[in-house]
Design a protein around this ligand. Structure first.
Ligand code: GRF
Length: 212
């Protein structure tokens, strides 16, 4: 008899990081637990300071550092990144704490996914990263925040929304406390979205994502 795990196809992905790689670590843990059918083929970091490259080895994947200032333009930078993803056979590119603007080539349209730590379209776009996102939510006084998994287009945090998870914003929250609460939701939301994509259950029509 064949073990189900040996016949299940794993979606080849590339993971792009700019920082600690906590999201990549979470992906690795889900894969190891047999709960996520992706195969991390490549990790790209936007800076040599991205400590998250350590998690590439856990996935058995090579890692490259590609720095924006070594390229003349956003398109040239993006081209180098997607060329590496193509070469690695990545069918999906996952932005996991990636802070650089990308120009998505046609063959990767609706095949690049980002997770943003707020409920898009609130507290997103240029400048909304890290604790700035959570401080803005607290300062505005919203009672709910959360995270958004979305396809990536050529604007920050703008493409079609795949799924969102909400968390409460509690009186006296600091940005760090709220960030930790949101990150717990992220650790569920991104694997859930990736698994839906891996199972071929996600289609996109304009801005609308349909999950079958
Ligand atoms: C996560 O909060 C995610 O929402 C955002 O980047 C954070 C992870 O990056 N896109 P890092 O691992 O802390 O660098």
């Amino acid at each position: 008899m064949t073990d189900d795990a040996t016949v299940r196809r794993r979606l080849p992905i590339a993971v792009l990081i700019s920082g600690t790689g906590r999201t990549l670590k979470n992906i690795n843990e889900r894969v190891a637990a047999g709960r996520l059918d992706v195969d991390v083929r490549l990790v790209i970091a936007s800076t040599p300071k991205a400590t998250g490259v350590q998690f590439a080895a856990d996935a058995g994947a090579p890692s490259h550092v590609l720095v924006r200032k070594d390229f003349d333009s956003d398109p040239a930078y993006s081209e180098a990144i997607f060329a590496a993803c193509r070469k690695a056979g990545a069918e999906l590119v996952v932005l996991a704490g990636w802070l650089k603007l990308l120009v998505v080539p046609d063959d990767y349209r609706n095949r690049v996914v980002n997770i943003h730590p707020a409920l898009v379209p609130s507290f997103c776009g240029k400048g909304y990263f890290g604790h700035h996102v959570h401080q803005a939510a607290i300062d505005y006084g919203v009672k709910l925040s959360g995270c958004t998994v979305h396809f990536v287009d050529n604007q920050y945090d703008h493409g079609p929304v795949i799924l969102q998870k909400a968390v409460p914003v509690v009186h006296n929250d600091t940005a760090d406390v709220l960030a930790a609460r949101v990150f717990e939701a992220e650790c569920e939301a991104l694997p859930e979205a990736l698994q839906l994509i891996a199972e071929g259950r996600v289609t996109v029509a304009g801005r609308i994502v349909h999950v079958s």
